[in-house]
Design a protein around this ligand. Structure first.
Ligand SMILES: [Mn+2]
Length: 328
């Protein structure tokens, strides 16, 4: 008889005493908040749980008081009955190196997952891994606390870009309905996620946007961020997704090229595209790679020259992709 993976997981968890949870490198809101919810859910089941990740916690989550429960480092190679991996296509995505001997539980919502674990629960239709954690809580008969509900709600808001990305599905809203009913705080969550910028960040945003240039057809937007501004504003690590979003919001723009100066005359260019404009194909032309709508590559040379050269090449690539002159 085949059982659902979620039921297999609940049965396994019930047999465990000590659990470790981890998630992917370069953590995001979905993985971080889902892990926090899972720690608390396991504790409600009477288990001891540690949430350990490899990379530091990024802004804005690094100031969330709940994130103090997350340990940065490596999971000890003995001492746990099982390890849960959230959103890891394979073990290496976690950056954890001591998991070989452990019973592994793999929970993910991305297609590209190698089903490496003892129990694999991969549901690419799920809007966020948080929705799967919510299912797990329900399958385990856990009554959601407002804190668990809020963690999971925060994860879904974060992963859907505040209900703007393509994973904003009926399932996402159904989950959020349950979570808000259980005490999640939508207004506080939006404040914490999106209205929590340092003033220096907003000044940086102004400086980056002041570099905006468009091709004549208005289909490609280009912006640049320079080390001297980061140093001057004392911004060590900065989330630039919202800056990209503003450039992407321009009417008619199909591709955003964001030049980030890594060291003198070295620029990491991140590409965001819309519709049929293929970011990875553009990146591959310059020796980089990525996904259909998010990709990147590196260029070498002074900004004044490389920015013009890249713009010209991308215009040609875009025209070839769409079979037109890159018009709207
Ligand atoms: Mn996710």
């Amino acid at each position: 008889m085949t059982t659902k993976p979620v039921d297999d997981i609940v049965r396994k968890i019930r047999d465990c005493r000590r659990l470790a949870i981890t998630s992917h490198l370069r953590p995001d809101g979905d993985s971080l908040c889902s892990g926090l919810a899972l720690v608390e859910a396991f504790e409600l089941m009477g288990k001891t749980a540690d949430y350990v990740i490899t990379d530091p916690i990024p802004v804005p989550f690094n100031v969330f008081p709940e994130c103090r429960r997350i340990r940065i480092g490596q999971i000890a190679s003995t001492g746990y009955n099982a390890v849960v991996l959230l959103e890891c296509a394979d073990v290496s995505r976690s950056g954890q190196t001591g998991l070989d001997g452990y019973y592994k539980i793999n929970i993910d919502h991305h297609y590209s997952n190698s089903h490496y674990a003892d129990i694999n629960w991969v549901d690419a239709e799920a809007p966020a891994v948080a929705e799967l954690v919510l299912d797990l809580c329900e399958a385990a008969g856990i009554t959601l606390t407002p804190r668990i509900a809020n963690h999971l709600y925060c994860a879904i808001v974060s992963d859907t870009g505040s209900f703007q990305f393509s994973n904003t599905t009926a399932r996402a809203f159904a989950a959020c309905h349950k979570l808000v009913s259980a005490g999640a705080q939508p207004i506080e969550t939006s404040e914490a996620l999106f209205h929590n910028n340092r003033p220096e960040k907003v000044i940086l945003l102004g400086r980056v946007l002041s570099t905006l240039r468009l091709n004549p057809a208005g289909t490609i937007a280009q912006i640049g961020m320079f080390r001297k501004d980061l140093i001057e504003l004392n911004l060590r690590e900065v989330d630039t997704e919202d800056i990209t979003t503003l450039a992407r919001s321009i009417m008619g723009v199909r591709v955003v090229l964001f030049f980030k100066e890594m060291e003198p005359d070295v620029f990491r260019v991140s590409i965001r595209s819309k519709g049929s404009a293929h970011a990875a194909a553009i990146a591959e032309h310059f020796g980089g790679g990525g996904h259909a709508h998010a990709a990147g590559f590196t260029v070498y040379g002074p900004f004044a020259r490389v920015s013009v050269e890249v713009m010209v090449s991308v215009e040609a690539l875009l025209a070839a992709q769409t079979g037109s002159s890159g018009s709207r």
